[in-house]
Design a protein around this ligand. Structure first.
Ligand code: SF4
Ligand code: MG
Length: 331
């Protein structure tokens, strides 16, 4: 499987009055060509910070990439200077956010915004750029693109605006699209249409997608692989099938149990008791130990090794280790 992007041991912190928050604490993953990798977890787990670090969009300061590498085309994005990053952003790696309005300029027509985006990265005429914009709008399902090109963002519905944002993000045919909660602001029917659109476009242009979400329903529909984040670390990573049908980490199991399903009666939802740890002073051991029903003595004292359940399924949990119950005396 061709690796399009590699994140290696990424650490990101934020300075606050209360001290330094260690938001991302050693995250590593590969993104394969043409796949959708979902990063899931509760709010504050570090999933958005991870994705913003890839685009180098962390405000520095107060943020700081404290360590690690982000390898794209043999370059470490962490080491690049702003002018080089600007060439990569949008053209090779692009990003869409939850609220389409933040990505659109209300004072410019859709056509001007899309063609401007193209002309920043490609040396083509205004007419060629316009033609590309029309094709891209058609691809994301905007009817009558020639006419709609002349309209302003407020003349579109929320779902249509998100389609336009997707068109803008994809018009330069990037290798990687990072989508942070792309459907959270939309109602359920529109959400389903947008997810369908992601799948179609991926088939057509082969883009690799990193999908950030707290919504496991969304993940079930589009993800090829799933990374589960907790307290700044990936605690489990596997194929969609492995994560949904053979989850190994107690936190993943908890997340899956807390998802409402259509066949569930009211009251079936099982929230995970407790709250995530304080990331000013993260626990030395497993960060889930205070909430984990299976916690052993070793768990809060020593961070678990990474265990491989299959070729592509990994989990950081002492339950995988037969020696765990006896380990405390040895450490
Ligand atoms: Fe629970 Fe221990 Fe596994 Fe952490 S390492 S999830 S505390 S069993
Ligand atoms: Mg977020």
């Amino acid at each position: 499987m061709e690796k399009i992007l590699q994140v290696k041991d990424l650490h990101v912190s934020f300075k606050t009055y209360g001290g330094e928050v260690k938001a991302v604490r050693g995250v590593s993953f590969d993104l394969h060509k043409g796949e959708t990798l979902a990063i899931v977890g509760e709010s504050g787990c570090g999933k958005s910070v991870t994705s913003q670090s890839i685009m180098r969009l962390i405000p520095e300061p107060p943020g700081r990439i404290a360590g690690g590498e982000i390898i794209y085309k043999d370059k470490d994005l962490i080491k690049l200077k702003e002018p080089e990053l600007r060439k990569i952003r949008g053209a090779y790696i692009s990003m869409i956010f939850q609220d389409p309005m933040t990505a659109l300029n209300p004072t410019l027509t859709i056509g001007d915004q899309i063609t401007e985006g193209i002309r920043q990265h490609e040396d083509i005429s205004r007419d060629e750029a316009k033609q590309k914009a029309i094709e891209m709008l058609a691809l994301v399902g905007i009817p009558n693109p020639e006419i709609r090109l002349k309209q302003y963002p407020h003349q579109f519905s929320g779902g249509m605006r998100q389609r336009i944002v997707i068109a803008m993000a994809l018009v330069c045919e990037p290798d990687v699209l990072i989508a942070d909660e792309p459907t959270t602001a939309l109602d359920v029917t529109i959400q389903a249409q947008i997810l369908e659109l992601f799948r179609d476009i991926q088939k057509k242009i082969g883009v690799s997608i990193i999908l950030i979400t707290h919504d496991l329903g969304v993940v079930a529909q589009v993800a090829d692989r799933i990374a589960v984040m907790y307290a700044g670390k990936i605690v489990e990573l596997g194929s969609r099938r492995e994560i949904f049908y053979q989850p190994q980490h107690p936190y993943t199991k908890g997340l899956l149990q807390s998802v409402p399903r259509l066949d569930m009666v009211k009251g079936d939802l099982i929230p995970i008791p407790g709250t995530p740890p304080d990331l000013f002073a993260p626990p030395v051991g497993c960060a889930f130990s205070a909430r984990c029903p299976f916690a052993m003595e070793v768990c809060s004292r020593v961070y678990p090794f990474q265990y491989h359940v299959s070729d592509q399924h990994q989990v950081d949990c002492w339950l995988q280790d037969e020696r765990a119950r006896k380990l405390v005396s040895t450490f």
